[in-house]
Design a protein around this ligand. Structure first.
Ligand code: PGA
Ligand code: ZN
Length: 419
């Protein structure tokens, strides 16, 4: 195998799209090639995600500083990886997992480990002078995913009254990525006009979708369907709806008031487990829905199974907080026939190698793969290349608004031209 030793690894504290500190890593090779990565950060994080190491000093950045994680890269990780062959991604990732030594990467921090892991891959592709998607995917990584574009924001990503976290449009009828972008962007602009005409807010949430107060979550779906119509497109045939309920947040809210089930804190409504399953099933029957993510909470395997039995043949049931890009949790899902699709967020698991492993298992078992950003993002477009490398069916990258989102769509446009 070709050799190119790592000469230097340098991390620093930068800021994400919410103005919170995050980790940037530069990996420098013997030939002076540099590979850079910037780590994203979630707001509605799953309980079983790898640990994002934060300083916890409330005098500085409200405890959210990442100086410890940066230090871990610059000292512990660098010491062990300098001299390593950059093309040896698996060995490098395994080494970091070993140095950390914990199940959830809590010692070094998943932010420290992932930042290094992705920067190593980028440095390798830069030094070979081939695009990142080609380096990761080889000649088989060559299809551009369909966007699940989040155009109305609710839940923890906004301060409006919508409970469901993400209302997305999916241009299933588009012939290629460029036209799928055109469809989505035109719907987004029409939606803006509809909201303006109704005298509603057009300010945006964390992922760039509009975040108005509406009468109900169902009204949000109806307004989007109107926008699809008014953009001259056919709902269902051209464009379907995808939802991320992010219901583990509603479970957490219920726990806070000593209840089981789901508490919709924004509208002060309570649903027990059966109500919640009914609610999800009804939504899937009433509207042209392609997929529902985290319709139930991350620990409710039994209810998830019931939901999968009920509508798993009709729509994609996507596990985000449920699977957290973790192969063990996905395998449990496969074994118990729970869900039929998985959200892939590299920072939930902490290395590129483990991310690819989880995707492989999903593909082998017929689970749809959706590569995803986080609500706190940076200008790093790594996930665009990753989605092409692994031929993922769909991607979640937010609205066509806010450059940390748009940069990723623009990267996909560039890749489409390339291949
Ligand atoms: P997060 O949200 O990045 O805030 O976790 C994204 C999602 O739930 O899909
Ligand atoms: Zn989610």
């Amino acid at each position: 195998m070709k050799e190119m030793p790592i000469k230097k690894i340098e991390a620093s504290e930068i800021f994400d799209s919410r103005g919170n500190p995050t980790v940037k890593v530069d990996v420098i090779l013997e030939d002076d090639t540099i590979g850079t990565s910037m780590v994203p950060s979630g707001a509605s994080t799953g309980a079983y995600e790898a640990v994002e190491l934060r300083d916890g000093d409330y005098q500085i950045f409200n405890g959210l500083g990442v100086k410890k994680a940066v230090d871990n890269v610059n000292k512990k990780i660098a010491k062990n990886l300098i001299g390593e062959n950059v093309y040896n991604q698996v060995l490098i990732d395994e080494k970091m997992i070993d140095i950390d030594g914990t199940e959830n990467k809590s010692k070094l921090g998943a932010n420290a480990i992932l930042g290094t892991s992705l920067a190593v891959a980028r440095a390798a592709s830069n030094s070979l002078k081939i695009p990142l998607y080609r380096y990761i995917g080889g000649i088989s990584g060559n299809s551009i995913p369909i966007p699940m574009m989040n155009i109305l924001n609710g839940g923890k990503h906004s301060s409006n009254n919508l409970n469901i976290q993400e209302f997305m449009i999916v241009p299933v009828g588009a012939d290629d990525f460029k036209s799928s972008m055109q469809m989505c962007v035109e719907i987004y602009q029409v939606l803006k006009e509809i909201l303006k005409q109704k005298g509603l807010s057009i300010s945006v949430g964390d992922e760039g979708g509009f975040a108005p107060d509406l009468e109900s979550d169902e009204e949000a779906i109806k307004i989007i369907l109107d926008a699809i119509d008014m953009a001259g497109l056919k709902k269902d045939k051209d464009v379907k709806i995808a939802l991320d309920v992010a219901s583990s947040e509603m479970r957490d809210a219920a726990k806070k008031i000593q209840k089981e089930g789901y508490y919709f804190w924004k509208t002060d409504e309570y649903k027990n487990k059966d109500d919640m399953i009914d609610y999800i099933v009804k939504l899937s029957e009433k509207y042209p829905i392609l997929s529902i993510e985290d319709g139930l909470a991350e620990e409710d395997w039994k209810d998830w199974k019931e939901l999968t039995n009920k509508i798993g043949k009709k729509i994609y049931l996507v596990g985000d907080d449920l699977f957290v890009t973790n192969r063990k949790r996905l395998e449990k899902g496969i074994e118990n026939k729970v869900a039929n699709a998985i959200l892939i967020k590299p920072n939930q698991i902490g290395t590129l190698t483990e991310t690819l492993e989880t995707i492989k298992i999903a593909n082998k078992n017929g689970y749809k793969v959706i590569v995803s950003h986080r609500s706190g993002e940076t200008e790093d477009t790594f996930i665009a290349d990753l989605s092409v490398a692994v031929n993922s069916s769909y991607v979640k990258m937010g609205a066509p608004c806010r450059s940390e989102r748009v940069a990723k769509y623009n990267r996909l446009l560039e890749i489409e031209k390339d291949i």
